[in-house]
Design a protein around this ligand. Structure first.
Ligand SMILES: [Zn+2]
Ligand SMILES: [Zn+2]
Length: 570
């Protein structure tokens, strides 16, 4: 691309005359954002006038030959600049305005203090390039120290009450005064905004009606739940729109669907620090899919740090796609709901082979019918609605849920779900149950309550946790192998009834997960460009961190791989 020189237009004009930056950040130009940027431009212009020197000047060096005013306008230049701009590996502070020695001092201070150092940089110094080896060594050294510090501190904090413990570094976005899913540490120093990724207790823990530590930013659905279930004062709750960048002070925030539970989001945080965009992607809890990577607010950008939901970041977690699990479970339910047994039905054949129902005379059952089938799906908190709805749709049934769950469902802004939900357990063949433990015994007890309306029960226990692939897999696979060969197909033959199952009660564990599989994490991280991945789950043992780090290092070598326009599944 040919280098351009400054056309000498004012910052304000450049911003007002061009909406390209807005297209870059949101699907539609947002009038509020236009206003905000125009306001900022005016402020910048005031500063320029007061100093009587141009704010952005051409340094005649290759790095600076792209004038800043043009740099603002052109998303392509913007992302290009981001990737090449050297920054502190610890706190992402851009080095473009520091000398070599100042940059070194900065990094060393960051290393010593473990908290980002707020640099006072002399303006207009020529940019420098830090050799990548330097950055890499520093980053590794720093990361080790950071985790060591965090684990030592959390050990020391163990006897303290929760709100007196210190918030671990991976919940705080450097330079932004933002904390994510960090409500149990009381008031966190230097934090202005508390972001909540979704309504699961391991994330909102600490939030209650007595919360007064600052604004809570979350999606609409999460806000409904925070208000209704936790009775947090309305004045503290800020609803964020989906898929649209809004500006909170100087920080651009975009919520992107996390494909986890209803209302769950990925947070994209962007802030311009000294002419460079510092960008973090916080994944909360998520099940990765190509739509996230292809999202207009994500695609083509460079991320300083990805805060990654590493629940299943281990090669043994190879559970299948949600849609495949939903269709297999729906098919099983449909087959078993037939009161007259169809001996040729593949589901019945599989059950006979598994020895279920072999003591029941098939002929008797066929002649008299085997009674009405009740299906229960265990889910305590929010989540798993899609599999329940899939089954209900297949069986053309309503869904019964206890009062506690019905109240939660009312918050989820899902008309189809609301339409299916009923308070009459007899009317619905599909029940959501909050049973903590779904086993043959507990399911049978559940069935007893509803006799004679139902005479058989099938119970599903959805989790990705217990599922490991039966296939033998290479120990040190390449990224290509993981992506091409490690996809796990799933069909009715894979649903194996659990111990204690009989003709009356059948329990299935189903590999239905609302977190990413190992392969999906690989696809996600190899389809983005980033500087650093910070794991947010399974971080308390050094061994687990080391193993996760090894995968991240492998992915880092394959950035920009494996996603195409319009792709919906990995
Ligand atoms: Zn969650
Ligand atoms: Zn979680």
């Amino acid at each position: 691309m040919p280098r351009k020189s400054s056309r000498g237009i004012s910052v304000s004009d450049a911003l007002k005359s061009s909406t390209s930056i807005l297209h870059f950040f949101s699907k539609k130009p947002d009038p509020e954002a236009i206003e905000k940027i125009a306001d900022e431009a005016t402020i910048i212009e005031e500063i320029v006038k007061s100093k009587e020197t141009p704010l952005f000047q051409d340094h005649n060096s290759p790095e600076c030959s792209i004038a800043e005013s043009e740099f603002y306008q052109d998303p392509e230049l913007l992302s290009q600049r981001d990737i090449s701009a050297p920054s502190c590996p610890i706190c992402s502070y851009p080095f473009s305005r520091l000398s070599d020695s100042e940059a070194l001092i900065h990094v060393n201070q960051c290393l010593d203090h473990l908290e980002p150092v707020k640099s006072q940089s002399p303006e207009f110094l020529p940019p420098i390039n830090i050799p990548s080896a330097f950055t890499k060594i520093m980053l590794n050294r720093f990361e080790d120290k950071q985790w060591q510090f965090t684990t030592e501190r959390s050990r020391a904090d163990r006897s303290k009450r929760s709100y007196l413990r210190s918030c671990p570094f991976y919940k705080i976005m450097p330079h932004m005064r933002i904390a994510v899913d960090a409500f149990k540490f009381g008031k966190i120093p230097d934090i202005d905004g508390y972001f909540l990724s979704h309504f699961h207790s391991d994330h909102y823990g600490g939030l209650s009606s007595s919360w007064t530590h600052g604004k809570i930013y979350c999606s609409d659905i999460t806000a409904n739940l925070v208000l209704q279930q936790l009775r947090v004062a309305e004045a503290f709750v800020v609803r964020l729109p989906m898929d649209k960048t809004i500006w909170i002070e100087q920080i651009g925030v975009t919520c992107i669907g996390a494909n986890h539970c209803p209302g769950s989001v990925l947070f994209l945080f962007e802030k311009q620090v000294q002419g460079r965009w510092v960008r973090y992607l916080h994944c909360g809890d998520f099940r990765a899919n190509p739509l996230q990577v292809l999202h207009p607010a994500i695609k083509g950008k460079w991320f300083d740090t990805i805060y990654l939901d590493t629940t299943y970041l281990s090669s043994k977690h190879a559970f299948p796609a949600q849609d495949d699990v939903i269709s297999a479970t729906s098919q099983i339910c449909l087959s078993l709901s037939k009161e007259i047994v169809d001996d040729d039905d593949p589901v019945e054949i599989a059950r006979r082979e598994a020895g279920i129902g072999k003591f029941v005379s098939q002929k008797t059952a066929s002649r008299n019918g085997r009674g009405r089938l009740l299906v229960i799906v265990g889910t305590y908190s929010i989540g798993k609605e899609r599999i329940v709805m899939g089954i209900a749709r297949a069986m053309r049934s309503k869904i019964f849920a206890p009062l506690y769950k019905r109240r939660i469902c009312a918050c989820l802004e899902d008309p189809e779900l609301l339409n299916l939900i009923t308070d009459n357990p007899i009317e619905a063949s599909v029940h959501i149950t909050t049973l903590r433990e779904i086993r043959a015994e507990t399911s049978l007890e559940y069935l007893e309550q509803f006799k004679p309306h139902f005479s058989r029960i099938v119970a599903f226990r959805p989790t990705g946790w217990t599922f490991t692939s039966s296939k033998r897999r290479a120990e040190n696979p390449s990224v290509e192998t993981i992506i091409e060969k490690w996809k796990t197909p799933y069909g009715i033959g894979d649903l194996k009834p659990q111990r204690g199952s009989s003709a009356t009660v059948t329990v299935y564990g189903v590999p239905y997960s609302e977190h990413s599989s190992f392969r999906e994490l690989t696809c996600f991280c190899c389809s983005l460009e980033w500087g650093r991945i910070v794991p947010t789950v399974n971080v308390h043992s050094a061994r687990s961190r080391d193993s996760m780090k090894a995968w991240c290092n492998l992915w880092k070598k394959h950035q920009g791989y494996h996603v195409y326009d319009g792709q919906r599944q990995w």
